[in-house]
Design a protein around this ligand. Structure first.
Ligand code: TRP
Length: 318
């Protein structure tokens, strides 16, 4: 089986856009690859985040991912900072990565604008750490959203530089871009569903029934808005009913209330069993910590092997 690596930052609540755009794909790929899935908590440190928020977000995200179907008996599931090697290999990569390449990254430029008072060095070298996340496990395939393709290109550059300077050691990576259509924001259907567009933009995995109802009721229902709601219904609802409502929409005879009620019900039906699993994990935090500890121990074995080989190749160890 080919090796697959992917990570997610614990920077906020997981929502339906994240689920459809990434996590659903993670779950589907668990059977096809040797998967390494991790919480990119070191990457989260590049943003403005308090210690309390970071640790709470991390725990919540782990629980959400388990509830959504990440199966630690099939994959290696861990927290980046629990494994020694990410930052070590990241340093070696820092020393191979041209600053000019890092400065051209769209995410660096965007984030430098968003947090202009905190353009830290980690924000700049972020992609070198990401390359390390992948290559520490000799990842070959990396499922990501489109916005991460540039970072994967940089991973290829770093691997090539390493291989040229030292030894042909790291594999060539291939991205897998999720084909789930982009889910748009409820309050702004021209833009991707996102926490940064405010509370009314998204439906969180942990959303209460009351808030799911309110948010969908308030969702924009102009032409683009209806298309987005129909798209969402396609993922959570009934195929035939979707077909029927889409035809009605084309003929301009679809009642918004009918669409919104059907969508609300389909989303609540999807979220209910997941929220029950979430509750269950929350009542057994030790179980969650054990899963993470086991995952880290498993990941560490591979990481140790790579790190030792890299140290020898580079001349840090005899
Ligand atoms: N940068 C990725 C994101 O923001 C998260 C990430 C960190 C990642 N390390 C990774 C994704 C390694 C894939 C592989 O979405």
């Amino acid at each position: 089986m080919k090796k697959l690596v992917s990570g997610i930052k614990p920077t906020g609540k997981l929502h339906l856009g994240n689920y459809l755009g990434a996590i659903k794909n993670w779950v589907a790929l668990q059977n096809e690859y040797e998967c390494y899935y991790f919480i990119a908590d070191y990457h989260a440190l590049t943003t403005e985040i308090s210690a309390k928020e970071l640790s709470q977000n991390t725990f919540d995200l782990v629980v959400d991912l388990l509830a959504l179907g990440i199966d630690p008996s099939k994959v290696t599931f861990f927290k980046q900072s629990d494994v020694i090697g990410h930052t070590e290999l990241g340093w070696v990569f820092n020393c191979l990565t041209p600053v000019s390449e890092l400065q051209r990254m769209t995410q660096f430029k965007d984030k430098s604008g968003d947090q202009s008072a905190n353009i830290n060095a980690g924000l700049l070298t972020y992609p070198a750490l990401q390359a390390s996340d992948i290559l520490l496990y000799k990842g070959e395939v990396v499922p990501v959203g489109e916005d991460q393709l540039q970072h994967l290109e940089l991973t290829r550059i770093v691997a090539r530089k390493f291989n040229n300077r030292y030894d042909d050691y790291f594999p060539k990576i291939e991205p897998i871009v999720s084909h789930a259509a982009r889910v748009m924001s409820l309050n702004n259907p021209e833009k991707k569903m996102s926490k940064s567009l405010g509370d009314q933009s998204y439906i969180a995995i942990r959303e209460t029934e009351d808030d799911v109802r309110k948010k969908i009721k308030k969702a924009i229902s102009d032409k683009t808005g209806v298309e987005n709601l129909l798209e969402l219904y396609l993922y959570f609802g009934d195929k035939e009913k979707h077909q029927k409502m889409s035809e009605d929409a084309k003929l301009d005879k679809l009642m918004n209330s009918e669409l919104k009620e059907a969508l609300t019900k389909s989303i609540l039906d999807f979220l209910k069993p997941i929220q029950e699993k979430i509750k269950n994990y929350e009542q057994n935090p030790d179980k969650v910590y054990k899963i993470l500890a086991d995952g880290a121990a498993k990941a560490q074995q591979t990481a140790d092997k790579t790190l030792l080989e890299v140290k020898k190749i580079v001349g840090l160890k005899k």
